[in-house]
Design a protein around this ligand. Structure first.
Ligand SMILES: [Zn+2]
Ligand SMILES: [Zn+2]
Length: 585
């Protein structure tokens, strides 16, 4: 194994660090340990990470720098051989409901691609599965139904108006095809050689068929057949004609159709599955999956109260006094006993109270009026008190349009896929049972999906669903997602600084995480981990202990060296603990 290069720090004085100098190996895992307050974060984050960031930002143009946060340079004499740094902290900075585990890991982007490429579209009218031809399905069909027969492959081409006039226009058009390498065309069912340009009347022809290839339908020709078919679909705008010699020509089209109603169905684009894009988002909830609705439990918090006693909470405030009076008048007209508890009202009366009538605007009318003052902050605060999140009735919380939810892979919609846990989804994708062409088209996408799901499994997040909102994750979970993304990005020459990644993990998962850190380091990165966990220290190549005490009594290097040296070192409290001589107080 080649000897590592070293990152050298001289005279670090950030926070409580006592002018310390030390060197850390690149391409290895270094664990910085020590009692709480001994200066671990001051060294790892406030010195190493900060300097790595500062140098990186300095290397950018003035323009690019305007978009980045200003970073203060740490208090240190010299740092040599530092790499651009990335901090992986125990923090969850995400606040938006638009980010999910799926989008944050890009797994959702690959799922969208998978659904666009091989998703089976279902008819919105009858629910039947739509069908379409692709180069691969056509080749499958031909090889199966016409084995060893000869066939002509042709694509339709529009005849430009200038070529329909006869004479030079027609000759020029046909010569241009010859120039592009085509040897024959089919006009009115007849195959014509293009060399020399034939004398043919195109005045009535909207399109002609250009012969692309003559092939034998044999399995060993599959590669060539697929290539020609791809090209024919491309040149023919999604249509090809195949004439098996001695048979009727067959037309294949890439466009999706319902086999029952013959309705043209849209071939989905990846964006159709994006709940963060108007093309895919459910129009009612705008892709959030929830809608804010007036909540009966908040409007009438105490159903044992009567209408006369102010059961309708917003009307018990001074601003609602006029409405309360209107309510009592309208109830009298209706013959409704306003002294009965709200809970005892009939559904029809409750509906009347909510929706109003000709001379009484009801709770709905009240809010409609108040909402016209939404631009005032206190009005928005007032309104928010009476509304709660409810699953969107149109998409049932799936966030997507009906068209997107009519597309399935392996029998599931994309929303159903994201409701699976990482572990379940990985298993589901392995057992898809794809057709040959689907397999070919999806191979690369599935490879990426398995790699990304694999990273999540390895950082111990097998239990998360992809639809889980990122903002609801714990700091440790967010950190491990970040780590999984870094593993997936395959960067090299980077300094990673991690903050106690073992927090909240079982011993088995900690061991896996430590193993991942080693992988990251040995792939050509510098990994520095602030950690007390024994499993992690066991996995370290190099250890630094700061101390001896905390605050002003800390900030010195108690030990810095390889793990083997560390265990022999009698000064280190942590080493005595690791070798079982002492337990940490
Ligand atoms: Zn249909
Ligand atoms: Zn919705």
């Amino acid at each position: 194994m080649p000897q590592p290069l070293w990152l050298r720090i001289e005279g670090a004085r950030q926070n409580n660090l006592k002018n310390i100098s030390l060197a850390l190996p690149h391409d290895r895992v270094t664990v910085i340990t020590g009692v709480s307050g001994s200066g671990k974060s001051s060294l790892a984050f406030d010195t190493l990470f900060a300097e790595g960031q500062w140098r990186y930002i300095e290397s950018l143009s003035t323009y690019a720098r305007m978009f980045l946060e200003r970073v203060d340079r740490p208090d240190v004499d010299r740092i040599e051989q530092i790499r651009p740094s990335i901090a992986i902290e125990q923090k969850n900075p995400v606040r938006t409901a638009r980010s999910t585990v799926g989008t944050a890991t890009e797994i959702y982007d690959y799922l969208r691609l998978l659904f666009a490429k091989i998703g089976r579209v279902h008819c919105p009218q009858c629910g039947a599965e739509g069908g379409s031809d692709t180069a691969e399905t056509v080749v499958d069909t031909l090889l199966r139904e016409h084995p060893a027969q000869r066939a002509l492959l042709a694509f339709p081409l529009a005849v430009p108006p200038g070529a329909r006039t006869g004479g030079a226009g027609t000759t020029e058009f046909l010569a241009s095809l010859l120039q592009r390498g085509f040897a024959r065309v089919k006009v009115g069912g007849r195959v014509l050689d293009l060399s020399p340009p034939p004398d043919v009347d195109l005045s009535e022809a909207r399109e002609i068929l250009v012969v692309l290839d003559r092939v034998i339908l044999a399995p060993e020709q599959r590669g060539r057949l697929s290539d020609s078919m791809e090209m024919a679909f491309r040149e023919g705008g999604g249509r090809v004609e195949v004439e098996v010699l001695g048979g009727e020509p067959r037309v294949f089209a890439q466009q999706f159709r319902c086999p029952k109603c013959n309705l043209t169905l849209a071939r989905p684009q990846p964006l159709l599955f994006s709940f963060n894009h108007p093309l895919g988002a459910c129009p009612d909830c705008k892709g959030f999956g929830n809608i804010l609705r007036y909540d009966e439990a908040r409007l009438v918090p105490d159903p044992s109260k009567s209408l006369a006693d102010g059961a309708v909470e917003p009307w018990s405030h001074p601003s609602g006094r006029w409405y309360q009076k209107e309510l009592l008048k309208a109830a009298k007209r209706r013959g409704l006993d306003v002294s009965r508890p709200y809970a005892d009202l009939t559904d029809a009366d409750k509906q009347w109270l909510r929706e109003g009538e000709r001379h009484f605007s009801g709770i709905r009318g009240f809010f409609e009026e108040v909402e016209t003052y939404r631009y005032k902050l206190h009005v928005r605060v007032f309104l928010s008190r009476y509304r709660s999140q409810f699953p969107c009735p149109r998409c049932s919380g799936a966030r997507l349009k009906a068209e997107a939810l009519a597309v399935k892979v392996g029998g599931l919609t994309i929303a159903e896929c994201t409701a699976l846990t990482v572990e379940e989804l990985a298993r589901f994708l392995r057992g898809l049972g794809l057709r040959a062409w689907e397999e070919a088209v999806a191979r690369e996408i599935l490879k990426q999906l398995h790699a990304k799901l694999g990273f999540l499994l390895r950082v111990g997040l097998s239990y998360l669903t992809l639809s889980r909102q990122t903002r609801t994750l714990s700091g440790g979970e967010a950190q491990r997602i970040n780590l999984a993304n870094q593993l997936g990005s395959q960067l090299v020459g980077t300094l990673y600084v991690l903050d106690e990644p073992s927090i909240g993990l079982h011993a088995r998962d900690t061991a896996r995480l430590a193993e991942l850190c080693r992988e990251l380091a040995y792939a050509g990165n510098t990994v520095v981990v602030v950690e007390h966990d024994r499993t992690f220290m066991d996995a370290a190549d190099y250890l630094v202990e700061l101390g001896p005490g905390s605050g002003e009594r800390g900030g010195e290097v108690v030990f810095a060296g390889s793990r083997a040296e560390f265990l022999k070192d009698a000064r280190s409290l942590t080493a005595r603990y690791l070798t079982g001589q002492e337990s940490i107080p």
